[in-house]
Design a protein around this ligand. Structure first.
Ligand code: FAD
Length: 394
Protein backbone atom coordinates (compact mmCIF):
# COMPACT_ATOMS: atom_id res chain seq x y z
CA UNK A 1 0.00 0.00 0.00
CA UNK A 2 1.21 3.50 -0.89
CA UNK A 3 2.54 5.53 2.00
CA UNK A 4 2.48 9.30 2.40
CA UNK A 5 4.47 11.94 4.28
CA UNK A 6 1.38 14.04 4.83
CA UNK A 7 -2.38 13.86 4.41
CA UNK A 8 -4.13 17.16 3.76
CA UNK A 9 -7.82 17.21 4.65
CA UNK A 10 -9.90 19.46 2.39
CA UNK A 11 -9.29 20.22 -1.29
CA UNK A 12 -10.38 23.85 -1.02
CA UNK A 13 -8.16 26.86 -1.64
CA UNK A 14 -5.84 26.24 1.32
CA UNK A 15 -5.61 22.46 0.92
CA UNK A 16 -4.92 22.55 -2.83
CA UNK A 17 -2.23 25.19 -2.51
CA UNK A 18 -0.56 23.52 0.47
CA UNK A 19 -0.61 20.14 -1.29
CA UNK A 20 0.99 21.60 -4.42
CA UNK A 21 3.72 23.39 -2.47
CA UNK A 22 4.51 20.40 -0.26
CA UNK A 23 4.50 18.04 -3.24
CA UNK A 24 6.84 20.30 -5.16
CA UNK A 25 9.20 20.23 -2.16
CA UNK A 26 9.40 16.47 -2.65
CA UNK A 27 6.90 15.23 -0.08
CA UNK A 28 4.49 12.40 -0.85
CA UNK A 29 1.15 14.15 -0.42
CA UNK A 30 -2.39 12.78 -0.26
CA UNK A 31 -5.19 15.33 -0.56
CA UNK A 32 -8.62 14.14 0.54
CA UNK A 33 -12.01 15.80 0.22
CA UNK A 34 -15.59 14.76 0.93
CA UNK A 35 -16.80 16.33 -2.33
CA UNK A 36 -16.63 15.00 -5.83
CA UNK A 37 -14.53 17.85 -7.20
CA UNK A 38 -11.79 20.04 -5.79
CA UNK A 39 -12.05 23.80 -5.23
CA UNK A 40 -15.83 24.01 -5.09
CA UNK A 41 -15.89 27.35 -3.28
CA UNK A 42 -13.29 28.78 -5.61
CA UNK A 43 -15.57 27.94 -8.54
CA UNK A 44 -18.50 29.76 -6.91
CA UNK A 45 -16.48 32.70 -5.70
CA UNK A 46 -16.61 36.21 -7.07
CA UNK A 47 -19.75 35.45 -9.06
CA UNK A 48 -17.84 32.72 -10.94
CA UNK A 49 -14.79 34.92 -11.57
CA UNK A 50 -12.95 34.37 -8.27
CA UNK A 51 -11.70 37.43 -6.46
CA UNK A 52 -8.43 35.58 -5.85
CA UNK A 53 -6.55 38.25 -3.87
CA UNK A 54 -6.47 41.91 -2.95
CA UNK A 55 -3.66 44.31 -3.84
CA UNK A 56 -4.03 45.97 -0.44
CA UNK A 57 -3.98 42.76 1.61
CA UNK A 58 -2.48 43.55 5.01
CA UNK A 59 -3.01 42.29 8.57
CA UNK A 60 -5.40 45.17 9.40
CA UNK A 61 -7.96 43.63 7.02
CA UNK A 62 -8.31 40.49 9.16
CA UNK A 63 -10.34 39.77 12.30
CA UNK A 64 -8.87 37.39 14.86
CA UNK A 65 -8.63 36.91 18.61
CA UNK A 66 -4.94 37.70 18.05
CA UNK A 67 -4.61 40.32 15.30
CA UNK A 68 -0.83 39.78 15.15
CA UNK A 69 -1.06 36.10 14.27
CA UNK A 70 -1.64 36.47 10.53
CA UNK A 71 1.30 38.85 10.04
CA UNK A 72 4.01 36.25 9.57
CA UNK A 73 2.29 34.12 6.92
CA UNK A 74 0.94 37.16 5.05
CA UNK A 75 4.44 38.67 4.94
CA UNK A 76 6.14 35.48 3.80
CA UNK A 77 3.71 34.69 0.97
CA UNK A 78 2.13 37.93 -0.19
CA UNK A 79 -0.57 38.89 -2.68
CA UNK A 80 2.27 39.75 -5.09
CA UNK A 81 3.58 36.17 -4.90
CA UNK A 82 0.16 34.81 -5.81
CA UNK A 83 -0.25 37.41 -8.57
CA UNK A 84 3.13 36.23 -9.98
CA UNK A 85 1.79 32.68 -10.07
CA UNK A 86 -1.40 33.79 -11.81
CA UNK A 87 0.73 35.74 -14.31
CA UNK A 88 2.93 32.69 -14.98
CA UNK A 89 -0.21 30.81 -16.01
CA UNK A 90 -1.23 33.66 -18.32
CA UNK A 91 -4.58 34.07 -16.54
CA UNK A 92 -6.08 37.45 -17.46
CA UNK A 93 -7.48 39.45 -14.57
CA UNK A 94 -8.62 42.93 -13.65
CA UNK A 95 -9.07 45.12 -10.59
CA UNK A 96 -12.80 45.47 -10.04
CA UNK A 97 -12.63 47.97 -7.20
CA UNK A 98 -10.64 48.66 -4.01
CA UNK A 99 -7.71 46.42 -5.05
CA UNK A 100 -9.93 43.36 -5.65
CA UNK A 101 -8.48 41.18 -8.42
CA UNK A 102 -10.89 38.99 -10.43
CA UNK A 103 -10.29 36.63 -13.36
CA UNK A 104 -11.46 38.16 -16.63
CA UNK A 105 -12.93 34.82 -17.71
CA UNK A 106 -13.61 32.19 -15.09
CA UNK A 107 -12.77 30.93 -11.61
CA UNK A 108 -12.16 27.57 -13.28
CA UNK A 109 -8.79 28.97 -14.39
CA UNK A 110 -7.67 29.31 -10.77
CA UNK A 111 -8.76 25.74 -10.01
CA UNK A 112 -7.02 24.49 -13.17
CA UNK A 113 -3.86 26.34 -12.15
CA UNK A 114 -3.92 24.80 -8.66
CA UNK A 115 -4.57 21.35 -10.12
CA UNK A 116 -1.60 21.74 -12.48
CA UNK A 117 0.54 22.85 -9.53
CA UNK A 118 -0.59 19.71 -7.66
CA UNK A 119 0.28 17.60 -10.69
CA UNK A 120 3.78 19.11 -10.69
CA UNK A 121 4.06 18.00 -7.07
CA UNK A 122 2.71 14.48 -7.79
CA UNK A 123 -0.11 15.05 -5.32
CA UNK A 124 -2.45 12.08 -4.97
CA UNK A 125 -6.17 12.84 -4.70
CA UNK A 126 -8.88 10.97 -2.88
CA UNK A 127 -12.21 12.67 -3.59
CA UNK A 128 -15.68 11.66 -2.27
CA UNK A 129 -13.73 10.59 0.79
CA UNK A 130 -14.87 11.93 4.12
CA UNK A 131 -12.34 11.72 6.90
CA UNK A 132 -14.26 10.35 9.87
CA UNK A 133 -11.73 10.39 12.67
CA UNK A 134 -8.07 10.86 13.58
CA UNK A 135 -6.22 9.01 16.33
CA UNK A 136 -2.63 9.60 17.41
CA UNK A 137 -0.25 6.92 18.66
CA UNK A 138 3.55 6.73 18.68
CA UNK A 139 3.83 10.16 16.99
CA UNK A 140 1.84 9.00 13.95
CA UNK A 141 -1.77 9.68 13.03
CA UNK A 142 -4.25 7.01 12.00
CA UNK A 143 -6.98 8.39 9.78
CA UNK A 144 -10.28 6.55 9.37
CA UNK A 145 -12.32 6.82 6.17
CA UNK A 146 -15.47 4.90 5.25
CA UNK A 147 -13.34 2.47 3.25
CA UNK A 148 -10.36 1.93 5.52
CA UNK A 149 -7.56 3.53 7.53
CA UNK A 150 -4.26 5.22 6.76
CA UNK A 151 -1.30 6.02 9.00
CA UNK A 152 0.82 9.13 8.41
CA UNK A 153 3.34 11.20 10.36
CA UNK A 154 1.74 14.57 9.50
CA UNK A 155 -1.81 15.83 8.97
CA UNK A 156 -2.92 19.24 7.72
CA UNK A 157 -6.50 20.22 8.50
CA UNK A 158 -7.76 22.49 5.70
CA UNK A 159 -11.41 21.59 6.11
CA UNK A 160 -12.69 25.19 6.12
CA UNK A 161 -15.50 26.76 8.14
CA UNK A 162 -19.24 26.25 8.42
CA UNK A 163 -20.47 28.52 5.66
CA UNK A 164 -22.39 26.95 2.76
CA UNK A 165 -23.12 23.48 4.16
CA UNK A 166 -24.38 22.57 0.68
CA UNK A 167 -20.77 22.75 -0.52
CA UNK A 168 -19.41 20.20 1.96
CA UNK A 169 -18.71 22.54 4.89
CA UNK A 170 -18.40 20.61 8.14
CA UNK A 171 -17.35 21.22 11.75
CA UNK A 172 -14.77 18.46 11.35
CA UNK A 173 -11.73 20.74 11.76
CA UNK A 174 -13.07 22.21 15.00
CA UNK A 175 -13.83 18.73 16.36
CA UNK A 176 -10.28 17.55 15.60
CA UNK A 177 -8.88 20.63 17.31
CA UNK A 178 -10.97 20.00 20.43
CA UNK A 179 -10.11 16.30 20.41
CA UNK A 180 -6.42 17.22 20.61
CA UNK A 181 -7.01 19.74 23.39
CA UNK A 182 -6.88 22.90 21.28
CA UNK A 183 -9.27 25.72 22.11
CA UNK A 184 -11.85 26.67 19.47
CA UNK A 185 -13.22 30.22 19.63
CA UNK A 186 -16.99 30.61 19.14
CA UNK A 187 -17.95 30.65 15.47
CA UNK A 188 -20.55 32.76 13.65
CA UNK A 189 -21.55 33.54 10.10
CA UNK A 190 -19.80 36.55 8.56
CA UNK A 191 -19.79 38.40 5.25
CA UNK A 192 -23.50 37.74 5.30
CA UNK A 193 -26.67 39.80 4.58
CA UNK A 194 -28.80 41.20 7.41
CA UNK A 195 -32.43 40.23 7.87
CA UNK A 196 -34.84 42.83 9.27
CA UNK A 197 -37.72 42.87 11.74
CA UNK A 198 -41.12 42.51 10.12
CA UNK A 199 -42.51 46.05 10.22
CA UNK A 200 -39.37 47.57 8.73
CA UNK A 201 -38.95 44.71 6.26
CA UNK A 202 -42.50 45.20 5.01
CA UNK A 203 -42.02 48.93 4.74
CA UNK A 204 -38.85 48.67 2.67
CA UNK A 205 -40.01 45.75 0.50
CA UNK A 206 -40.57 48.15 -2.42
CA UNK A 207 -36.85 48.89 -2.43
CA UNK A 208 -35.76 45.37 -3.35
CA UNK A 209 -32.98 45.72 -5.94
CA UNK A 210 -32.13 49.36 -5.13
CA UNK A 211 -28.44 49.98 -4.49
CA UNK A 212 -26.91 53.13 -2.98
CA UNK A 213 -23.37 54.18 -2.02
CA UNK A 214 -23.26 54.53 1.77
CA UNK A 215 -21.01 54.61 4.78
CA UNK A 216 -22.11 52.04 7.35
CA UNK A 217 -20.84 52.07 10.90
CA UNK A 218 -20.99 49.33 13.53
CA UNK A 219 -21.52 49.95 17.24
CA UNK A 220 -17.77 49.60 17.83
CA UNK A 221 -17.06 52.45 15.39
CA UNK A 222 -15.74 50.34 12.50
CA UNK A 223 -17.10 51.69 9.22
CA UNK A 224 -17.12 50.83 5.52
CA UNK A 225 -17.73 53.04 2.51
CA UNK A 226 -19.24 50.79 -0.15
CA UNK A 227 -22.65 50.13 -1.64
CA UNK A 228 -25.75 48.88 0.15
CA UNK A 229 -28.34 46.73 -1.61
CA UNK A 230 -31.95 46.47 -0.42
CA UNK A 231 -33.24 42.90 -0.87
CA UNK A 232 -36.57 41.19 -0.29
CA UNK A 233 -35.12 39.72 2.93
CA UNK A 234 -33.34 42.80 4.26
CA UNK A 235 -30.01 44.50 3.62
CA UNK A 236 -27.07 43.25 1.60
CA UNK A 237 -24.35 44.60 -0.71
CA UNK A 238 -20.63 44.91 0.06
CA UNK A 239 -21.09 47.54 2.79
CA UNK A 240 -23.45 45.31 4.75
CA UNK A 241 -21.46 42.11 4.20
CA UNK A 242 -18.35 43.86 5.55
CA UNK A 243 -20.24 45.25 8.54
CA UNK A 244 -21.75 41.86 9.40
CA UNK A 245 -18.31 40.68 10.58
CA UNK A 246 -18.37 43.41 13.26
CA UNK A 247 -22.05 43.15 14.25
CA UNK A 248 -23.44 41.35 17.28
CA UNK A 249 -27.11 40.39 17.74
CA UNK A 250 -29.19 43.22 19.15
CA UNK A 251 -26.84 45.99 18.01
CA UNK A 252 -27.94 48.95 15.88
CA UNK A 253 -26.04 50.00 12.80
CA UNK A 254 -25.68 53.53 11.46
CA UNK A 255 -26.16 54.14 7.75
CA UNK A 256 -25.09 57.39 6.10
CA UNK A 257 -27.24 57.48 2.96
CA UNK A 258 -25.55 60.61 1.63
CA UNK A 259 -21.86 60.14 2.43
CA UNK A 260 -20.72 62.36 -0.44
CA UNK A 261 -22.84 65.34 0.56
CA UNK A 262 -23.47 67.81 3.34
CA UNK A 263 -27.26 67.68 3.32
CA UNK A 264 -27.94 70.90 5.25
CA UNK A 265 -25.65 72.90 2.92
CA UNK A 266 -27.30 71.35 -0.16
CA UNK A 267 -30.77 72.10 1.16
CA UNK A 268 -29.83 75.71 1.89
CA UNK A 269 -28.63 76.14 -1.72
CA UNK A 270 -31.73 74.51 -3.18
CA UNK A 271 -34.05 76.49 -0.93
CA UNK A 272 -32.53 79.77 -2.10
CA UNK A 273 -32.92 78.76 -5.77
CA UNK A 274 -36.23 76.82 -5.69
CA UNK A 275 -38.19 77.61 -2.51
CA UNK A 276 -41.42 75.98 -3.77
CA UNK A 277 -39.78 72.70 -4.73
CA UNK A 278 -40.91 69.73 -2.64
CA UNK A 279 -38.40 68.18 -0.30
CA UNK A 280 -39.13 64.82 -1.91
CA UNK A 281 -38.19 66.00 -5.40
CA UNK A 282 -35.14 67.76 -4.02
CA UNK A 283 -33.84 64.64 -2.29
CA UNK A 284 -34.47 62.68 -5.48
CA UNK A 285 -31.61 64.72 -6.99
CA UNK A 286 -29.18 62.74 -4.83
CA UNK A 287 -31.04 59.55 -3.88
CA UNK A 288 -33.13 57.04 -5.88
CA UNK A 289 -36.76 58.24 -6.03
CA UNK A 290 -38.06 54.93 -4.65
CA UNK A 291 -35.82 55.31 -1.62
CA UNK A 292 -37.00 58.86 -0.95
CA UNK A 293 -40.63 57.71 -1.14
CA UNK A 294 -39.90 54.89 1.24
CA UNK A 295 -38.11 57.19 3.69
CA UNK A 296 -41.23 59.34 3.62
CA UNK A 297 -43.39 56.30 4.47
CA UNK A 298 -41.03 55.55 7.34
CA UNK A 299 -41.57 59.10 8.63
CA UNK A 300 -37.93 60.03 8.13
CA UNK A 301 -38.64 62.63 5.43
CA UNK A 302 -41.50 65.14 5.97
CA UNK A 303 -43.92 65.96 3.15
CA UNK A 304 -43.05 69.65 2.86
CA UNK A 305 -41.75 72.14 0.36
CA UNK A 306 -38.27 73.56 0.91
CA UNK A 307 -39.56 76.94 2.11
CA UNK A 308 -41.71 75.22 4.77
CA UNK A 309 -38.70 73.53 6.34
CA UNK A 310 -37.81 74.90 9.79
CA UNK A 311 -34.36 74.57 11.38
CA UNK A 312 -35.34 71.70 13.75
CA UNK A 313 -36.80 69.78 10.79
CA UNK A 314 -33.59 70.28 8.79
CA UNK A 315 -31.57 69.08 11.78
CA UNK A 316 -33.79 65.99 12.16
CA UNK A 317 -33.68 65.25 8.44
CA UNK A 318 -29.91 65.59 8.35
CA UNK A 319 -29.65 63.19 11.28
CA UNK A 320 -32.08 60.73 9.66
CA UNK A 321 -30.26 60.60 6.33
CA UNK A 322 -26.66 60.97 7.47
CA UNK A 323 -27.10 58.60 10.42
CA UNK A 324 -30.10 56.34 9.76
CA UNK A 325 -30.37 53.91 12.67
CA UNK A 326 -31.33 50.35 11.77
CA UNK A 327 -31.50 47.34 14.07
CA UNK A 328 -31.04 44.11 12.10
CA UNK A 329 -33.12 41.15 13.17
CA UNK A 330 -30.26 38.77 12.44
CA UNK A 331 -28.25 37.49 9.52
CA UNK A 332 -29.03 34.99 6.80
CA UNK A 333 -26.64 32.64 8.61
CA UNK A 334 -24.28 29.99 7.26
CA UNK A 335 -26.59 29.24 4.34
CA UNK A 336 -25.37 32.31 2.48
CA UNK A 337 -22.39 33.52 4.54
CA UNK A 338 -19.10 33.72 2.68
CA UNK A 339 -17.02 32.93 5.74
CA UNK A 340 -17.03 31.78 9.35
CA UNK A 341 -15.69 34.00 12.10
CA UNK A 342 -13.84 32.35 14.97
CA UNK A 343 -12.39 28.87 14.83
CA UNK A 344 -9.17 27.24 16.00
CA UNK A 345 -7.59 29.60 18.52
CA UNK A 346 -4.41 31.05 17.06
CA UNK A 347 -2.78 30.93 20.49
CA UNK A 348 -2.64 27.16 20.04
CA UNK A 349 -0.72 27.40 16.74
CA UNK A 350 2.70 28.55 15.53
CA UNK A 351 2.25 31.68 13.40
CA UNK A 352 5.27 30.62 11.36
CA UNK A 353 4.27 27.04 10.55
CA UNK A 354 0.58 26.75 11.55
CA UNK A 355 1.48 23.63 13.55
CA UNK A 356 -0.37 22.96 16.80
CA UNK A 357 2.09 23.89 19.55
CA UNK A 358 1.27 20.84 21.67
CA UNK A 359 0.63 18.30 18.92
CA UNK A 360 3.70 17.90 16.68
CA UNK A 361 2.69 16.95 13.14
CA UNK A 362 -0.82 18.43 13.30
CA UNK A 363 -1.40 21.64 11.29
CA UNK A 364 -4.43 23.91 10.69
CA UNK A 365 -4.64 26.26 7.70
CA UNK A 366 -7.18 28.44 5.91
CA UNK A 367 -10.62 29.30 7.18
CA UNK A 368 -10.74 26.73 9.98
CA UNK A 369 -8.28 28.98 11.84
CA UNK A 370 -9.55 32.04 13.73
CA UNK A 371 -8.42 34.46 11.02
CA UNK A 372 -11.18 36.05 8.93
CA UNK A 373 -10.63 38.57 6.19
CA UNK A 374 -12.74 41.39 4.84
CA UNK A 375 -14.70 40.95 1.67
CA UNK A 376 -12.57 41.43 -1.43
CA UNK A 377 -10.06 38.62 -1.94
CA UNK A 378 -8.63 38.76 1.58
CA UNK A 379 -9.91 35.32 2.57
CA UNK A 380 -8.31 33.58 -0.38
CA UNK A 381 -5.07 35.43 0.35
CA UNK A 382 -5.15 34.02 3.88
CA UNK A 383 -5.74 30.55 2.41
CA UNK A 384 -2.70 30.92 0.08
CA UNK A 385 -0.43 32.49 2.73
CA UNK A 386 -1.24 30.07 5.54
CA UNK A 387 -0.97 27.12 3.13
CA UNK A 388 2.42 28.25 1.87
CA UNK A 389 3.79 28.82 5.39
CA UNK A 390 2.63 25.38 6.44
CA UNK A 391 4.00 23.66 3.32
CA UNK A 392 7.50 25.03 4.04
CA UNK A 393 7.43 23.40 7.48
CA UNK A 394 6.13 19.95 6.57
P1 FAD B 1 -12.81 25.50 1.90
O1 FAD B 1 -12.62 26.17 0.59
O2 FAD B 1 -14.13 25.58 2.56
O3 FAD B 1 -12.40 23.97 1.70
C1 FAD B 1 -12.57 23.00 2.70
C2 FAD B 1 -12.83 21.67 2.06
O4 FAD B 1 -12.77 20.65 3.05
C3 FAD B 1 -14.20 21.58 1.41
O5 FAD B 1 -14.06 21.13 0.08
C4 FAD B 1 -14.95 20.57 2.28
O6 FAD B 1 -15.87 19.83 1.52
C5 FAD B 1 -13.80 19.70 2.78
N1 FAD B 1 -14.08 18.95 4.01
C6 FAD B 1 -14.68 19.41 5.14
N2 FAD B 1 -14.73 18.42 6.06
C7 FAD B 1 -14.17 17.32 5.51
C8 FAD B 1 -13.93 15.99 5.95
N3 FAD B 1 -14.27 15.58 7.17
N4 FAD B 1 -13.33 15.10 5.11
C9 FAD B 1 -12.96 15.49 3.87
N5 FAD B 1 -13.15 16.74 3.39
C10 FAD B 1 -13.75 17.65 4.20
N6 FAD B 1 -13.02 34.64 -0.61
C11 FAD B 1 -12.27 35.49 -1.34
O7 FAD B 1 -11.16 35.81 -0.93
N7 FAD B 1 -12.71 35.95 -2.56
C12 FAD B 1 -13.92 35.61 -3.08
O8 FAD B 1 -14.27 35.99 -4.20
C13 FAD B 1 -14.76 34.78 -2.29
N8 FAD B 1 -16.01 34.45 -2.72
C14 FAD B 1 -16.76 33.55 -2.00
C15 FAD B 1 -18.02 33.21 -2.48
C16 FAD B 1 -18.79 32.29 -1.78
C17 FAD B 1 -20.15 31.95 -2.30
C18 FAD B 1 -18.28 31.72 -0.58
C19 FAD B 1 -19.07 30.71 0.19
C20 FAD B 1 -17.04 32.08 -0.10
C21 FAD B 1 -16.26 33.02 -0.79
N9 FAD B 1 -15.01 33.42 -0.31
C22 FAD B 1 -14.25 34.29 -1.06
C23 FAD B 1 -14.43 32.84 0.92
C24 FAD B 1 -13.48 31.71 0.51
O9 FAD B 1 -14.15 30.87 -0.42
C25 FAD B 1 -13.04 30.89 1.72
O10 FAD B 1 -12.49 31.74 2.68
C26 FAD B 1 -12.00 29.86 1.29
O11 FAD B 1 -12.57 29.00 0.33
C27 FAD B 1 -11.50 29.05 2.47
O12 FAD B 1 -10.64 28.07 1.98
P2 FAD B 1 -10.36 26.74 2.79
O13 FAD B 1 -9.49 25.92 1.89
O14 FAD B 1 -9.86 27.07 4.14
O15 FAD B 1 -11.76 26.04 2.98
Amino acid sequence: MESFDVVIVGAGAAGLFCAAQAGQRGLRVLLVDNGKKPGRKILMSGGGRCNFTNMYAEPAAYLSGNPHFCKSALARYTQWDFIDLVNRYGIAYHEKTLGQLFCDDSAQQIVDMLMRECELGNVQFRLRSELQSIERADSAFTLTFANGTLTVPQVVIASGGLSMPGLGASPFGYQVAQQFGLKVLPTRAALVPFTLHKPLLEQIQTLSGVSVPVVVTAKNGVSFKESLLFTHRGLSGPAILQLSSYWLPGEWVTINLLPQHDLSALLAEQRAAHPNQSLKNTLALWLPKRLVECLQTLGLVPELSLKQLQSPQIAALTENLHAWQVQPNGTEGYRTAEVTLGGVDTRELSSKTLEASNVPGLYFIGEVVDVTGWLGGYNFQWAWSSAWACAQAL
